[in-house]
Design a protein around this ligand. Sequence first.
Ligand SMILES: Cc1cc2nc3c(=O)[nH]c(=O)nc-3n(C[C@H](O)[C@H](O)[C@H](O)COP(=O)(O)OP(=O)(O)OC[C@H]3O[C@@H](n4cnc5c(N)ncnc54)[C@H](O)[C@@H]3O)c2cc1C
Length: 441
Amino acid sequence: MADPAGGGLIAMAEARDVVVLGGGPAGSTAAILLAREGWKVTLLEKERFPRFHIGESLLPFGNTLLKDLGIWEDLVQGGFTVKPGADFHAGDGHGMLRSDFSRFLGEEFGRTFQVDRASFDHLLLRKAGEAGAEVREGTRAEVVELGSGGVRVRAHGESGAEDYEARWLLDCTGRDATVGRHLGLPKSDLGMAKKLAVYAHFRGVRRNEGAWEGNISIVRLEGGWFWIIPLREGITSVGLVQPMARFREAGGEPREVFERACTGSPEMRFRMKAAERASDWHITSDYTFRHHRTAGARWILCGDAAGFIDPIFSSGVRVAMESAARAARLAGRCLKEGRGLSASEQADYHRKFVRMTGAFLRMIRMFYDNHGFEVFINASGLLGLQRAVVDVVGGNTEPSWGVKWRQELFFAICRLQRWVKFAPRLPLFTAAARARAAAEA
Ligand SMILES: Cc1cc2nc3c(=O)[nH]c(=O)nc-3n(C[C@H](O)[C@H](O)[C@H](O)COP(=O)(O)OP(=O)(O)OC[C@H]3O[C@@H](n4cnc5c(N)ncnc54)[C@H](O)[C@@H]3O)c2cc1C
């Protein structure tokens, strides 16, 4: 594969082995793993931590990596909310599916955490420093050259600009996609509508009772969905995601649309009755995209910098950390062998990224389809198909054959539901229910 970055060998005097751009979950994961192997790693992060970030619900199939990175105990000791499952509600209160992780996924993946990202990302970044990486916060990075023998980056820190040279570059700059923009890499929206999320932290949100208090709750509306994520110290994160076009049609400020959508949903009215806002409102555009290429001879894109997938199944941090771990292994191997990434290794990394994100995408498309959602929310009663759903909700991107065939059957039933009533029709999607919600709002 031709490298669009081109370029010759960069003079490598005093060069670092790896420069990691961005200190979110992807960047810190890569920096920890590479620094631990003894490589000279510099991580450049434009913000000073702790800083707010969205993406607060983790998936249990990410547990193994959290343990490898040495952060699991910190999460336990830090009192982060334990997440034993995920609940999906029809917004009118008629229908609910509970994904109980320990019942379906066993001990290792039976629970994980809800995290305020300011603390979680800071913990990981500190671990990168402890592992031996040089961490530079308050330093925005810009790519100068991606050559076949190394890379050059300009870092804009508090004391001015400085150039860095390294044998390898891992782009973990999230949706800023620094390398993608620098190279003008083509990307696809994967056929997903452009969406907007409006969210805030609240106190006094009604949570589940007992053992399920830590579950994430997703409340599906006719044209969008809410998340309810219970965090530490009585704080609950609540957000509304809808297509951009719906926000425009609804009119008013996004927070007004949020409030009206709450009022229009019996489930949300019940949850938010005594809620008081405890943070500013945040608004994030939520555009699914994936680059057509995610690696070159001396660079690899990780996490959101490679692609961002609709957040309905909380897949972002899992994909970010897993892709970064894979990139770190590849870069480490190439460093040992004193070479760049071959064309087939680049293609293989990309294929794996597509497969990982694709595992979620299929379920996401089904979730947004009204007939698919009717099957989804009734999965527990349908031929034991709940396992097919829980694996994806738990973040398993490499399911066993036993799960795969169930998933194929599940998707086939979702497609057929339009014509054959496998699952009861949901009142949520009838014209009368839509009119009622509009009148209540
Ligand atoms: C509405 C919404 C809800 C979501 N909910 C969830 C959820 O519940 N669970 C979940 O797992 N995921 C969720 N996500 C996705 C999640 O936020 C991301 O997938 C995840 O943060 C990706 O991690 P990352 O390390 O790739 O990027 P980021 O976390 O974005 O980190 C990138 C870092 O790079 C830094 N940076 C950027 N540009 C530069 C530069 N030029 N130089 C230096 N540093 C730079 C940034 O400051 C940032 O710290 C959600 C996303 C949205 C939009």
